[in-house]
Design a protein around this ligand. Structure first.
Ligand SMILES: [Zn+2]
Length: 742
């Protein structure tokens, strides 16, 4: 049963799990009345059937071929005995005589099965509105004309083998191939007695909470998991993240609409540990058609628990930890909401400096050296115009949270979705002096699309055309800024604009790379000031809005927190999307989310973080040096703790070994240990600078390469130090260090 629970976490479909349980019990325990069921054959059955099940389908009362028929369609068919026709998935009707030949072995339809009442909820009875007592209301069933449920054991008048039942179930619930493969692996580990012991209801299988105490707070449904609840879980699953005696907590507050046709939104308080990368958890869940207000009510439980953790600390299994709120990572509106300050379109809205904005068609911030705000002058409201009248942030009650220094300016929203998208917009729709021609836009778009096969598999999204920039996601904008933009824009964007863009690209690359940060932090700061100052000159003073101006303050965050990825909203945005997907029905979304989380959905999983090493796609094609003929050859390698995915194919084959860039030609395994594994490597011999302004690209490990040595050298796998994104440029390639795994 544990295996099936894990399966359900992956598929995230409770209805499906219910159906699996039911199906399994039917497969292993055929009902005793099957024989007598086959006597009544008057039922007309309508339901989707997989093509595979139809090869041995028979229908009773088939006095002539025209009266009963079965047809093969592309995907599945709908049977209709009475009409003697078959409708395909797209609604087209076929005459039976066109497709069928009656067969002597046709057997009777077990009609009793369709009138049998199945109560899936008998194992578990709920008393609130989240899950109705009668599962038939919320588990979509294949029903016949009389409304009876079509049983999987002989669905739609067809006697099915165990295998066919699974096939039918997979088609009926639109199960993905990955999910089905995972289920088959689970089933292979079961014996008959285990399957017989499975409950029929997913809620029993998943130990769904019978009663969830959803409260009313701040104008909506509210549930508080708590920080300590998650720290205890994380301590069990990731003890390595608890090496230090002090735990630094990151939190995120953001809203996301739940439905297209309703204003219902989800506003969770998410948390994460600084020492645990990409492992957020929901501290509180809030659902309402309005923003949570008043703020004090919304965060009251969190503030109260954090005060306790700050003063007393966190104890677990005999160990004691201090806890502090290290950073609050939000977009600009959410930061203003939590800090109770003027919104980002206000005159005094810069969160880092005290300048009063100027009206230029919109509020702009031209001053690059205004007096900086501090936690102290924020606390005492020394610049009252920055604050909302009569309101004070409840976060001021926390000792470890500075209302200026603990609110990093998240680069996902500010740089990627803010400045980068603004730049692309100005190139496509901006003033004439900075606008690209349609021809230039088409050339850049073609180049972007041509890069798709060169983008590593680690990136979920491949480049799209420039015309689609309005729908580019934050990761696509980051990919353009850091990797593809400097290559595809060169020679097309006017030199002034290109060098200006390159200044932003270089500065952000520095702030995202720890080794560069150590040497070039001040340089990145100067570069961003130059970029912002030039932005007004090139694109107009009216463009110096909050986002563009705030770039000059980002290096201060890198100084305090390390690389910008340490305090970015990317991990929280991804998690927010996962939480949203837990809501399947419009009723009581808060209850649904809480139940699913308590079942195990969206929980940090040690399984996924375990060290995984995989060699894939064995081959015998070489190149294989004579010194390593004892080794097995592979085309792909993946290690979760390493540089991610390695392959001998384009996109994932460029790496750095011993300071040299080259291509992996073969992957060899000589034993179980990693030091017995090797790569056959071919170096580039002409690495040179790709650009010299604003600084030599070689300082950033960005190279122009063209010629390969033609010599294959074998290196131990653990000598590989860095993965590169290799993008075609003219007759060669630009090699750019890969910084992201997603
Ligand atoms: Zn400022």
């Amino acid at each position: 049963m544990q295996n099936l629970e894990k399966y359900s976490y992956r598929t995230k479909r409770r209805r499906v799990v219910s159906a699996v349980s039911k199906l399994l019990s039917e497969i292993e325990c055929p009902t005793e009345n099957t024989k007598e069921n086959t006597e009544n054959t008057d039922e007309t059955v309508t339901g989707p059937l997989p093509v595979q099940t139809l090869s041995h389908v028979t229908v009773n009362n088939a006095t002539t071929p025209d009266q009963n028929c079965v047809a093969l369609a592309d995907d599945y068919i709908t049977q209709d005995n009475a009409k003697s026709t078959v409708s395909t998935a797209d609604g087209e009707m076929y005459s039976s005589s066109d497709y069928f030949v009656p067969h002597e072995s046709w057997f009777d339809v077990p009609a009793d099965l369709f009138s049998e009442e199945h109560s899936l909820s008998q194992d578990y009875n709920f008393d609130d509105g989240d899950i109705p007592d009668d599962c038939a209301e919320w588990i979509p069933s294949v029903a016949n004309d009389s409304g009876d449920e079509c049983d999987g054991s002989s669905a739609c008048g067809v006697e099915l083998s165990d295998k066919d039942k699974l096939v039918q179930w997979a088609v009926k619930y639109n199960i993905s191939q990955d999910a089905l493969s995972a289920l088959l692996v689970v089933l292979q580990s079961y014996d008959t007695s285990q399957i017989n012991n499975l409950p029929k209801d997913s809620r029993t299988l998943l130990s769904t909470e019978r009663h969830v105490d959803i409260g009313q707070k701040a104008g909506g449904d509210y549930y508080y998991f708590g920080v300590q609840y998650w720290l205890s879980i994380l301590f069990q699953r990731f003890p390595e993240a608890f090496d230090s005696s002090h735990l630094k907590l990151l939190i995120n507050v953001d809203g996301i609409p739940l439905f297209n046709s309703s204003s219902m939104a989800l506003w969770p308080i998410l948390g994460s540990l600084m020492t645990l990368d990409s492992c957020p958890f929901p501290i509180a869940v809030f659902c309402s058609k309005k923003k949570p207000e008043p703020l004090d009510d919304y965060v009251a439980d969190f503030i109260s628990e954090m005060q306790c953790l700050e003063n007393v600390g966190f104890d677990c299994e005999g160990r004691h930890f201090g806890v502090s709120l290290h950073a609050v990572i939000c977009d600009a509106p959410a930061r203003a909401f939590l800090k109770c300050v003027k919104s980002h379109s206000g005159y005094d809205s810069c969160e880092r400096c005290c300048q009063r904005g100027e009206w230029n068609g919109k509020v702009t911030f031209p001053d690059l050296s205004a007096e900086l705000r501090t936690d102290s002058n924020f606390q005492y409201k020394e610049f009252p115009d920055h604050h909302l009248p009569t309101l004070s942030s409840p976060l001021l009650h926390l000792n470890s949270c500075g209302l200026v220094s603990s609110f990093p300016l998240d680069y996902m929203h500010l740089v990627c979705l803010g400045v980068m998208r603004r730049l692309v917009h100005l190139w496509i729709c901006g003033p004439r002096s900075t606008k690209l021609s349609q021809c230039q836009i088409a050339v850049v778009s073609d180049k972007l699309v041509s890069l798709q096969s060169h983008i590593p598999r680690d990136f979920a999204r491949k480049p799209r055309t420039l015309q689609e920039y309005k729908t580019w996601k934050a990761t696509e904008l980051r990919q353009f800024l850091i990797y593809s933009g400097p290559v595809v824009l060169r020679g097309i964007l006017p030199t002034t604009l290109y060098e200006h863009f390159l200044a932003l690209s270089v500065a952000i690359r520095i702030l995202l790379t720890q080794e560069l940060l150590d040497h070039y932090l001040q340089y990145a700061q100067d570069l961003l000031k130059y970029f912002v100052a030039s932005f007004g000159v090139i694109y107009g003073q009216d463009q110096l809005v909050y986002n563009v101006h705030s770039l000059i303050h980002i290096p201060d965050d890198a100084k305090k927190y390390g690389t910008l990825d340490c305090v970015s909203a990317f991990q929280f945005e991804t998690f927010l999307g996962r939480l949203k997907k837990l809501v399947r029905r419009p009723q009581q979304p808060c209850t649904q989310i809480v139940r699913r989380v308590l079942e195990g959905h969206c929980q940090p999983k040690s399984v996924e973080r375990a060290e995984t090493v995989m060699f894939k796609r064995p081959h015998i094609e070489g190149p294989l040096p004579v010194t390593h003929v004892h080794c097995s050859q592979f085309k792909q390698y993946f290690a979760s703790s390493d540089f991610s995915f390695m392959s001998v194919s384009t996109g994932d084959n460029c790496f750095e070994i011993c300071g040299q860039i080259g291509l992996v030609r073969n992957i060899l395994r000589g034993g179980r240990d990693k030091d017995q594994c090797y790569v056959v490597f071919e170096e580039f011999i002409d690495a040179s600078s790709y650009f010299s302004q604003p600084l030599d690209s070689q300082s950033l490990c960005i190279f122009l390469v063209q010629k390969l040595s033609g010599v294959h050298t074998v290196f131990p796998l653990n000598a590989v130090t860095k993965k590169y994104v290799l993008l075609p440029y003219k007759s060669g390639f630009v090699a750019v260090p890969q910084m992201h795994k997603s």
